[in-house]
Design a protein around this ligand. Structure first.
Ligand SMILES: O=C(O)CCC(=O)C(=O)O
Length: 276
């Protein structure tokens, strides 16, 4: 549950830093599973470099090296992430901020910003990536280490969630707001401690700083919506979407013919071999 003060702060500034959701033991396990997941992906040679494309980089950024490693749908890699998603303390806070007891998963992801040249994220509204009719969508951003400007923490424009949908200046499948108007220099850093969670709605203008420190910056993110919300454009469908995290969903079609996602006979995929 949130206090009245926290609810008012969230409504006013458009984000809330929440403490006390995850224990030290959970964060230790999370870090172990996280590092092992990325190590396996690297060993297999999976494509995980994911710095955003588009015309938002400064000349210095274009000239230098930038790197950001990303894995989506992390609940398919380790049950630890599923358990973190289902944490009742987390869903208490979300239900409180969202104003509904019925909440479901949209998607999950993990980003590593490597040391020295970990990519910046341009200022954007997540709304552009997955517009929904009731705008209930929120991000749950979990920090795997203490963060500040030096190692690439979140940068936000407090109150910008009240501006509604801003013009999209993105290209090449990426979305961001006017890079000249919404500069990172004018944004406010959101410093956080390991295990702290930052929750914000998908209309908040946010990005994050370059990681110039000597250590990687790791995070995981759960994107969550109210169970009665729905996309206005089906441009972001992820495996596991719609998993109920709390409460009930009443309008799910139980038709037996819809029980499988595929119409063809399933073919067992050849698993990629790990080096032993
Ligand atoms: O990883 C980060 O620093 C920012 C991620 C983000 O804003 C996003 O994926 O929308």
């Amino acid at each position: 549950m949130c206090s009245e003060e926290e609810r008012a702060l969230y409504a006013e500034q458009g984000f809330l830093v929440v403490d006390g959701i995850y224990s030290k033991e959970t964060m230790d396990e999370c870090c172990r599973e996280y590092d092992a997941m990325f190590a396996r992906a690297k060993e297999r040679g999976d494509k995980i470099e994911a710095t955003w494309k588009g015309d938002w980089k400064t000349e210095k950024e274009k000239a230098g090296k930038m790197e950001m490693l990303s894995i989506h749908n992390i609940q398919f890699h380790s049950a630890t992430f599923t358990q973190m998603m289902l944490n009742p303390k987390l869903s208490d806070v979300i239900a409180d901020l969202m104003g509904t007891n019925d909440i479901e998963l949209h998607h999950t992801k993990a980003h590593i910003k490597p040391p020295h040249h970990g990519s910046r994220f341009p200022m954007h509204q997540d709304y552009q990536y997955f517009p929904h009719a009731k705008d209930s969508m929120i991000a749950v951003f979990i920090h795997l280490e203490d963060v500040d400007i030096k190692n690439g923490c979140l940068a936000v424009y407090p109150g910008s969630h009240k501006l509604g949908y801003l013009k999209d200046f993105g290209s090449q499948g990426y979305h961001y707001v006017d890079p000249n108007e919404y500069t990172i220099e004018k944004a406010s850093p959101v410093k956080a401690k390991r295990g702290q969670v930052v929750i914000f709605p998908y209309t908040l203008v946010h990005g994050s700083y370059i990681n110039t420190s000597d250590v990687p910056r790791r995070m995981i993110l759960f994107q969550i919506r109210a169970a009665d919300d729905y996309p206005t454009r089906e441009i972001h469908i992820s495996p596991g979407q719609g998993l109920m995290l709390r409460g009930t969903k009443k309008n799910v079609d139980a038709n037996i013919d819809l029980r499988h996602l595929h119409g063809k006979e399933a073919v067992e995929p050849e698993p990629k071999k790990l080096k032993t």
